[in-house]
Design a protein around this ligand. Sequence first.
Ligand code: IPM
Ligand code: MG
Length: 359
Amino acid sequence: MTRKIAVLPGDGIGPEVIAEAVKVLERLRRDFGLKIEMETEPVGGTAYDLHHHPLPVATLRLAEAADAVLLGAVGGVKWDMLPRELRPEKALLGLRSDLKLFANLRPAILYPQLASASTLKPEVVAGLDLLIVRELTGDIYFGEPRGVRTLANGERQGFNTMVYAEHEVERVARVAFDAARKRRKKLCSVEKANVLETSGLWREVVIRVAGDYPDVELSHMYVDNAAMQLVRAPKQFDVIVTGNIFGDILSDEAAMLTGSIGMLPSASLDSANKGMYEPIHGSAPDIAGKGIANPLATILSAGMMLRYTLNEPTLADRIERAVSKVLDQGLRTGDIHTEGTKKVGTAEMGNAVAAALEK
Ligand code: IPM
Ligand code: MG
C-alpha cells in the first residue's frame, strides 16, 4: 500500500531543509522499498503571497487526505504586520487544530558527538535523552474568550483564557504514560497548580490516569522549577508531560541542552497516530537562502514519521543511524560546528545522510 505524504516546505529555511529530507525519503523509496508518494503545497507566508491565505484550502485538503504531513517551517518578518488571522503562524495552529493533533512529541537527545556544542557542561548533558509530550490543541493558545477590549476608562486590555477540559488532559496523559512505558518508565507532569485552577485540574486528571499505569513512576513539578531543573540536572527527566504554553517554552529550553535547536525533530499526533512532522526550529529568516541551515532536524522528523505513522521502524532506525554516522564523519553545519570538525552546507549534509543510509 502506497502512503501519501503531504510535503509543506513553508518559509525561510523551510524549503531548504525539506529538500534534504525529501532526498533521504526518495533514497529510501528507490533502494529500500519504502512505498510513499509525496505531494507539495505552499503553507505560511509563502502561501499568503501566492493565495492570500497562510493555509489555503488546497493545502488543508492535501494535509487532510494525506497519511502524514512533513512540514518545514513558517513565519518571517515580512508577514509580521499582517492581521493575526493571516499570519504564517496561523497556518500551523490551523493544521494542528483541524487535524486534531493534540499530542506533540519533542525528544531532546544529545548526540555524544555534539557534547561540546552544548552551552552546558558536558557532564551535565552527556547521555541526555528526554521526551517532552506537549499538549497541542488546547490551553491559552485556543481558549476563548480572547482579544483586546477597551475598558471604561478608555485603556485597552488584552486577554486570553487558559482552559483545559478533563478529556483533553486525559488523552495527552495517556500518550505520555504509553511513551514512558517504552522508555525508562518515569513521567513528570509539569504545571502551575500552586496558582492556577486549570493546573489543579490537570494534576487531578493525571493522577487518575496514573492508576492505569502502576509500572510508571509519576512525579509532579511546577513549571518554574521545571525550567530550572532542566538546566540544573536535565538527566533526572525521562518523559515530561505538560500543557501547550508551558510545553512551548520548555521544549525550546530542552532543545538548547542538546547543543542546537537545529537537531531536534517533532511529531504531532492525533488519536489514530496520523501525524504532522516538523523540525522544532523555526524559519530562521536570517540564514534563509544561504544554504547553511542544518537539515538534520527535518531529516530526523522524517524518521519519526516512519516510526510513528508509517510503521516502518527499521527504516526509521536506518535514518537515525545515518545521522549518527555523518556526525561521526565529523560533518557539521554552522550551528553545531566546533573546532576540528568539517563545516558543510545544507545540501552537502543531506547528501551525506542519504549516502550513509546504505551502510
Ligand atoms: C512551536 C512554535 C509555534 C508555537 C509558533 C510558531 C506558533 O513556537 O511550534 O513551538 O508556539 O507552538
Ligand atoms: Mg515554540
